[in-house]
Design a protein around this ligand. Sequence first.
Ligand code: ZN
Length: 178
Amino acid sequence: MQTTIAPGHWLADDAAASYRRMRAAGCPAGITSAGRTYAEQAELRRKYLRGEGAFALPPGSSRHETGHALDLPRDASAWMERHGGAHGWRRTNPKEWWHWEHFATHDTHRHDPVNRKAPHMVIIRAGSRVRAVCGDRIVGLDVADVARFEAAGVPVVDVTPSTFEQFRNGLTPEGVTP
Ligand SMILES: [Zn+2]
């Protein structure tokens, strides 16, 4: 089974639970690439072979396809160098500082609870209109309930009406990282 860990990104359930624990433990937000379909891996391989993209394994052989690999930005990778090992994450290619793979048997936190409060949930608000964004799902919300969520630690972001419309259309505008 797959779990959405951020808008447009998924991992296998065990790796996703680990990622959520790491985020709760201080891993900086931001994902370059996570789970991929066979077709997505094939496209990256074609780009690599054409000289247009970074190295990519042939489709059918990447752990991105099982949802057990993450490509992370610099700051998150630096955090992983110090803390990822205890969570079962290994850098499997020394030339790719961004690429991490999860090995559940090495995850010393695998029995730890995962924070039930979705770490990626954020409420967007434009005047009296509100929506909850959770992963890549956008759900309606009664404005009267916002205070209750805010008290529970869910961030509330005031946005312009046009940004609000972008969210309504299922897009995550740049510069807003739920
Ligand atoms: Zn990768």
